[in-house]
Design a protein around this ligand. Structure first.
Ligand SMILES: Cc1ncc(COP(=O)(O)O)c(C=O)c1O
Length: 420
């Protein structure tokens, strides 16, 4: 098919028009010379973005970590794609769905900083990481290292291969407030034995928001011939980095979290040399060991979700990755700096800006985290999630770029009152 014919019916034909939001684009044009850190503090400017979200009046949403629901322009695009594919039906699926998906991968690759040939669209982090965990060839006695702060179902996946193949798993615990990168790297180094095959590590720990020194852990692990699988569920679209700079072997993420793609959007990176070592979880028949399609086949699926990832990338680029990261870090530091030193407050997230971004976790001595979450909701109309386990005692607080400092002031007031 020639390019013109392809674009005529491809749902991506209008891609690059930045969602047709000319005024939105103009607003960013006007601030293009303002430093990201400075713009991050300008609530008035971010009000423009807030206006694009349909927010429930019932509560202040500080639980955006689970699902970063999508702003209205992206929702419209999503619905447009559903209509388009529903109209063209099998014609679209036969002629365009594969090509469109490849275009989305091409578009995502520079955003995450890897080659398109090492990247695939999946439905979520769970699927991405399970493809690697369940797809590797395990031998009885192999060892896997992970931290107790990893996500529950991913720990369950490791336990599954442990039960099935006789793999040993070693659990370490990452300190909430480490003194240095070396402290973290040492933890993993000390757990390695000649039988260690894999380290599972979060890029950003979901319950505390701590960002881990992935590059250093990968460099250390590779010296021992150990592969590294990174759980980046909360990283893509949250803070800037390049996959190739991490030097990891495998990386999975959910794009319905910080990239604001629709539910059921994820990605998997596998370095070229590791691809042949993975058996597919869902069989599509592709036999080329160096093709991501061989290991990421998923059968017929909601193609419109994949298409909207391209729009979410447009939206992200328009805001600007640096500006988004700066805004999220500013919001976190705005509230944490006002409560960190208060008596009875347990701030479970590092203060160092390099070790955290938008997510943080706070507890109050003597108040079980679930009770704290309930009281925040009942007494202050603040929606959070309580976490009590894996050495973390507190509520995860996850603003999004639309969150205002006035909303965070309500949280600060609540924490001050409850901890006093
Ligand atoms: C660290 C981490 N890993 C994996 C997941 C699973 O993500 P999903 O349900 O999108 O697959 C989550 C979800 O919050 C998470 O926080």
């Amino acid at each position: 098919m020639n390019k013109r014919a392809f674009l005529k019916h491809s749902a991506l034909a209008g891609m690059g028009s930045v969602l047709g939001m000319d005024s939105f684009a103009a607003a960013f044009q006007r601030v293009k010379n303002i430093e990201a850190d400075l713009l991050a503090r300008d609530d008035k400017f971010w009000q423009g973005i807030r206006n694009q979200y349909l927010l429930k009046p019932d509560y202040i949403n500080l639980e955006n970590g689970y699902y970063n629901f999508i702003p209205q322009p992206l929702l419209e695009k999503y619905i447009e794609h559903i209509r388009h594919i529903n109209f063209h039906g099998s014609w679209y699926m036969r002629n365009y769905s594969v090509l469109d998906k490849a275009s989305v991968v091409e578009k995502l690759a520079p955003v995450v900083g890897c080659a398109p040939s090492e990247l695939a669209i999946t439905r979520n982090t769970t699927e991405s990481l399970d493809i690697v965990i369940a797809g590797k060839h395990w031998t009885s006695g192999d060892e896997i290292i992970m931290a107790e702060q990893e996500y529950g179902t991913i720990i369950a996946a490791i336990r599954h291969v442990a039960d099935r193949y006789g793999v040993q798993h070693k659990m370490i615990s990452v300190p909430n407030l480490p003194a240095s990168d070396e402290e973290i790297v040492d933890l993993y180094r000390k757990a390695i034995t000649p039988k260690t095959k894999l380290i599972l590590i979060s890029h950003i720990i979901n319950i505390t928001g701590q960002i881990l020194p992935i590059r250093k852990v990968c460099d250390m692990a590779h010296q021992f011939g150990v592969e590294v699988l990174v759980d980046g569920a909360h990283a893509i679209g949250h803070f800037k980095f390049k996959m190739t700079d991490l030097n990891c072997d495998y990386y999975g993420s959910s794009l319905h979290k910080w990239l604001s793609a629709p539910l059921g959007s994820g990605m998997l990176y596998v370095s070229k040399e590791k691809m042949p070592g993975i058996w597919p979880l869902i069989i599509g028949g592709d036999k080329d060991p160096f093709k991501m399609q061989r290991i990421t086949h998923m059968g017929t699926h909601p193609a419109y979700t994949t298409l909207t990832i391209a729009d979410a990338i447009d939206y992200y680029q328009l805001i600007g990755p640096e500006r988004k990261e700066a805004r999220l870090r500013y919001l976190q530091q705005y509230w944490t700096s006002k409560v960190r030193k208060l008596p009875n407050i347990l701030l479970n997230t590092p203060e160092d800006p390099a070790r955290s971004c938008g997510i943080a976790n706070v507890g109050i001595k003597g108040i079980p985290p679930r009770d704290l979450a309930t009281r925040l909701m009942d007494e202050y109309k603040i929606f959070t999630v309580g976490i009590d386990g894996a050495n973390v005692f507190g509520c995860r607080i996850t603003p999004n770029i639309y969150t205002t400092t006035a909303e965070l002031d309500v949280l600060i007031g609540a924490l001050k009152k409850m901890s006093a």
